[in-house]
Design a protein. Structure first.
Length: 119
């Protein structure tokens, strides 16, 4: 079970990922596909083509850490997009919902205040 602070950034790669990739290969995808620094401490989420395997890569102060889940039955329901993007930022709670087997596309969210991000 993962417990994540709501402030953590979760970046989801929407391209199918070869699950044979390990730390360095996934870090390269974080740079090339998601276009973020893998040393930032953000969570980088990758799924295979069948969406039954998921890897989460993050930098943990002194090295990479990798979390891996393989489903025995079913698949992870990824958010659908209208436009073609290679990556998407989701909330920590959305990641936990996906891991719990809930389809985000069928969840109705109530309106909440969202502070604009200052770059």
């Amino acid at each position: 079970m993962l417990s994540l602070p709501s402030s953590v950034r979760v970046l989801l790669c929407l391209l199918p990922t070869d699950m044979r990739r390990s730390f360095d290969g996934l870090a390269r995808m974080a740079e090339d596909v998601i276009r973020e620094n893998p040393l930032s401490g953000h969570l980088f989420v990758f799924c295979n083509r069948r969406h039954d395997r998921m890897k989460i890569l993050y930098w943990d102060k002194d090295g990479y850490a990798l979390w891996y889940k393989r489903l025995e039955e079913g698949n992870f329901q990824m958010p659908s997009l209208n436009d073609q993007k290679d990556a998407l930022e989701i909330s920590a709670s959305d990641l936990l919902v996906i891991l719990d087997g809930i389809d985000l596309n069928k969840v109705k969210r109530l309106k909440r205040y969202k502070r604009s991000r200052i770059l």
